[in-house]
Design a protein around this ligand. Structure first.
Ligand code: PLP
Length: 395
C-alpha cells in the first residue's frame, strides 16, 4: 500500500497543521520567558492565558481552574498523590476501578505502599462502573474516588455525571481521567460535580508532553513540583510555552468541531464494526455498542493473536494496536480485557482501531479487506482452527 492508514488515534494523534503553524512563532521569535517583565516575556504570558481560556471554554469553567502539566500521567499522579497527601488526616481510603490506565493503577499501588487502602472496583462486561458497587464501597474514611471518563482500550464511557451526583454529599474528592475523552465528547466538570480532571494534548491533535489538570475552585491541592512561582505556585518550572499554546489551539479547534466529528466518526465506527462482524467469522466486539467513544473499535479475532495481526497490518502500512499503546510489546493480555471477563485466548486476539477526522471510508474499506485476507491466511496455518473448521463442516 502506498499510503499509510493511521488507526491508532487513542495512542496518539497527528498534530494538526494549524496547531504546528501556531506553535512555530513561539519556537522561533516569541522565545521569551513568561516570568520576565519585558515585552517578550509579557507576550508569552498573554499566550498562556489565551491557551488557558481556550481550554476553559471547552470545559465550561474558569481559566484559573486550569494548571498546565507535562501530560496525562503527571496530571493523574498530581491528582491522586496530592489528594491523598492533603486529605490523609480525614482518612486513607481511595476508590478507583480495575480498568483505569496504568497512570492511575500504578499510582494507586504507590499510595498503597505508603499506607493508603485502595478499593479497585469490578466493572461489568462492557467495562462500566456500576453505581451500586461504588455506593457499597464508599466509606466514611474514603478521601478520593478516581474513575476515568472513557476507557482507552474499549472506549466505554463511564456514568461520570451520576457518580458526581452520588458523591455530592460525601467529603471524598472526585477525580476523573479524561485523557481519552477531552476533545472527543463533551467534558463538563462543573456540571458533573468533578473536583479534579486530567487531560493530555497529544490525544486531540496537540503536541506531546503537555497536558493539564482541572482543579475545582476552592480545592486545595499541594503543589507537585517545587521551585519557582509558575502556575500560581502550584507547579514550578518554566512553562513549555510552545506546547501550551499548541494545546490551547488544539483545544479550541476540538471544541468547535466536536459535535460534527462525533457524528461522522460514530457512523464510520459502526460501519467498520458492521463490515467486520458480517464478513469475518469468529470475532467479537469488546466494549459496549452505545456509550462508547465515537472513534473506538476493539474486536477480538479467534485463532490468531492480536499482536500478530497488528504486525501483519503494519506490513501493509496500517497502524493499529493490540491492547493499549502503553502495554504493547508486553506478552501479557491487557488488564482491561481480562477485567471485562474475556478468557485469555479471546483477550489475546484483540485489536484496537481508533479513528480520527482524518480517517476516510476508503481507509476503513481497505483495512477490512486486508484484515480479511490476513485472517483467512493465518487461521489456515493454525491447526486448532483447521480441526475446529472441519468439525463445524461436519455438523
Ligand atoms: N490516561 C489515559 C486514559 C490514557 O489513555 C493515557 C495515555 O494513553 C494516559 C492517561 C497518559 O497520558 P500521557 O501519555 O499524556 O502521559
Amino acid at each position: 500500500m502506498d499510503k499509510r492508514i493511521y488507526l491508532d488515534n487513542a495512542a496518539t494523534t497527528r498534530m494538526s497543521d494549524e496547531v504546528l503553524n501556531y506553535m512555530l512563532s513561539y519556537l522561533k521569535e516569541e522565545y521569551g520567558n513568561p516570568s520576565s517583565i519585558y515585552d517578550l516575556g509579557a507576550d508569552n504570558k498573554r499566550a498562556l492565558l489565551t491557551a488557558r481560556k481556550s481550554i476553559a471554554g471547552v470545559l465550561e469553567c474558569e481559566p484559573q481552574n486550569i494548571y498546565f502539566t507535562s501530560g496525562g500521567t503527571e496530571s493523574d499522579n498530581w491528582a491522586l498523590i496530592g489528594s491523598a497527601e492533603s486529605r490523609c488526616h480525614q482518612g486513607r481510603h481511595i476508590i478507583t476501578s480495575k480498568i483505569e490506565h496504568h497512570a492511575i493503577i500504578h499510582t494507586c499501588q504507590y499510595l498503597e505502599k505508603r499506607g493508603y487502602e485502595v478499593t479497585y472496583l469490578d466493572v461489568d462486561e462492557q467495562g462500566r462502573v456500576e453505581l451500586e458497587r461504588l455506593q457499597k464501597a464508599l466509606r466514611r474514611d474514603t478521601i478520593l474516588v478516581s474513575i476515568m471518563t472513557a476507557n482507552n482500550e474499549i472506549g466505554t464511557i463511564q456514568p461520570i455525571e451520576q457518580i458526581g451526583l452520588m458523591l455530592a454529599n460525601h467529603p471524598a474528592l472526585f477525580h476523573t481521567d479524561a485523557v481519552q475523552a477531552f476533545g472527543h465528547i463533551p467534558v463538563l466538570p462543573e456540571k458533573w460535580k468533578v473536583d479534579l480532571l486530567s487531560a493530555s494534548g497529544h490525544k486531540f491533535h496537540g503536541p506531546k508532553g503537555i497536558g493539564f489538570l482541572y482543579v475545582r475552585e476552592g480545592i486545595k491541592l499541594p503543589s507537585f513540583l517545587h521551585g519557582g512561582k509558575q502556575e500560581r505556585g502550584m507547579r514550578a518550572g518554566t512553562e513549555n510555552v510552545p506546547a501550551i499554546v499548541g494545546m490551547g489551539k488544539a483545544a479550541e479547534i476540538a471544541g468547535k468541531t466536536m459535535l460534527k466529528r462525533m457524528e461522522r466518526e460514530t457512523s464510520l465506527r459502526d460501519y467498520m464494526i458492521h463490515r467486520i462482524e458480517t464478513e469475518i467469522p469468529y470475532c467479537r466486539l469488546n466494549g459496549p455498542r452505545k456509550n462508547r467513544l465515537a472513534n473506538n473499535v476493539n474486536i477480538s479475532f479467534s485463532f490468531v493473536d492480536g499482536e500478530t495481526i497488528v504486525i501483519l497490518l503494519d506490513m501493509e502500512g496500517i497502524c493499529t494496536s493490540s491492547g493499549s499503546a502503553c502495554t504493547a510489546g508486553q506478552a501479557v493480555s491487557s488488564h482491561v480485557l481480562t477485567e471485562i471477563g474475556l478468557p485469555e485466548d479471546i483477550a489475546r486476539g484483540a485489536v484496537r482501531f481508533t479513528l480520527s477526522e482524518e480517517t476516510s471510508k476508503k481507509d476503513i474499506d481497505d483495512t477490512v479487506d486486508i484484515l480479511k485476507q490476513i485472517l483467512e491466511k493465518n487461521r489456515k496455518m493454525n491447526p486448532v482452527y483447521t480441526s475446529f473448521a472441519k468439525l463445524n463442516q461436519r455438523r
